[in-house]
Design a protein around this ligand. Structure first.
Ligand SMILES: [Zn+2]
Length: 370
């Protein structure tokens, strides 16, 4: 087992939660330090505050993956007499890098919103607010049969053929390849100037256009030929739209008041704010982690009986009441489901690395109810 480089860890992470899924202006990515170093321990957290940095130091983590970007507004100075300056100083002095995955992790399949929907026990989920529809390409490559597995694996590892809940999807056909190496070639099969034929397979995979260069590089690296023959086709098919929030069904309907208790226990929060009388019948649920004030109309149009989102404004609560849409505001802290989600995903993907992904145990919720 090898200790991975920070860059390798983030490359793997971004196959799941690529930067292009983030909302415009969201300050995601590397915030502090460098990824150009070996990382044996990664701390996963919702927020980065001083207690979390102390935890990272104590646990020997060289990298923190956080949901909420620690530098959300541009810094005007780095005075270490103030909390944020002190935080940055501590991170840098202890050689701890911080990487933020915010709205891209909200949108990603299996990301924050899917984790929330799953925790709530929702089924038949779909996207609440569409924000991204991937253009797709099909890559077809011709490979000698002996190297089929190797090339298919390289494709899959690079993220090709990921369709919904499936990965490493591909299609293979057998045929005959013919070629004549010229005098200057250094052929893997055959000799210069002589017509050759060989049993070859054609492997086809579907890839998001935004990821095709990475996938082609990985395929070429795994291919035995000096100049692999491959085609890239533009597809008219679109990927299932991706976006913020999820809408899904409860297994059994319940009253709003009963559902409030369900939210508190399944999302592990001690209190929520509620718009609605409590007697409403809840079957269909819309959930959007973080601040979803903008999307109450979408939740209503999606047929949701209740909308769960954080940071509810007074006037938005009034609007929701007026359109007859119950709302539950559990705050931002419910997004802590991402900690388990990221730890599990990265532990599985990094099974061959000598690197531990650790959940932060610090409670970063700033509110308490008196
Ligand atoms: Zn948030």
């Amino acid at each position: 087992m090898k200790i991975p480089n920070g860059q390798q860890i983030i490359e793997e992470f971004e196959k799941w939660s690529p930067k292009y899924l983030a909302m415009e202006g969201d300050p995601i990515g590397l915030h502090v330090g460098t990824l150009n170093k070996k990382v044996e321990r990664v701390l996963v957290t919702l927020d980065v505050d001083e207690a979390v940095v102390d935890e990272a130091i104590e646990k020997g983590a060289g990298l923190i993956i956080a949901h909420h970007p620690p530098i959300f507004r541009p810094l005007k100075n780095l005075q270490t007499d103030f909390p944020q300056g002190r935080l940055m100083e501590k991170l840098i002095k202890n050689d701890i890098a911080v990487y933020a995955a915010h709205t891209n992790l909200d949108v990603a399949w299996g990301g924050v919103n899917d984790l929330l929907a799953e925790a709530l026990g929702l089924s038949e989920t779909s996207v609440l607010v569409k924000t991204y529809e991937a253009e797709l390409v099909k890559i077809a490559v011709f490979v000698p049969e002996s190297h089929e597995d190797q090339v298919r694996k390289a494709f899959g590892d690079a993220g090709a053929g990921a369709i919904g809940d499936y990965e490493h999807c591909s299609y293979t056909l057998s045929g005959t390849g013919r070629f004549r190496p010229t005098a200057s070639a250094d052929p893997y099969i055959g000799e210069a100037g002589k017509m050759e034929q060989t049993a070859e397979s054609k492997i086809e995979v579907v890839v998001r256009k935004a990821e095709k260069d990475r996938v082609i590089r990985a395929m070429i690296a795994a291919h035995p030929y000096e100049e692999p023959a491959y085609d890239v086709f533009t597809l008219e098919n679109k990927e299932l739209p991706m976006g913020l929030g999820r809408v899904g069904r409860l297994k059994e309907e319940m009253s709003l008041d009963a559902f409030v208790e369900h939210v508190k226990s399944s999302l592990d929060v001690p209190f929520v704010r509620v718009v609605g009388t409590g007697d409403e019948t809840i079957r269909k649920v819309a959930v959007l982690g973080g601040d979803g004030n903008k999307y109450i109309q979408q939740a209503k149009r999606a047929g949701a009986d209740v909308y769960i989102t954080g940071d509810l404004y007074f006037h938005v609560a009034q609007d929701a009441q007026a359109i007859g849409l119950p709302v539950i505001d559990p705050g931002h802290h419910v997004e802590k489901v991402m900690i388990r989600g990221v730890v599990d995903h990265m532990t599985a993907k990094g099974a061959n690395w000598q690197c531990e992904f650790l959940p932060s145990e610090v409670n970063t919720e700033p509110f308490r109810l008196k």
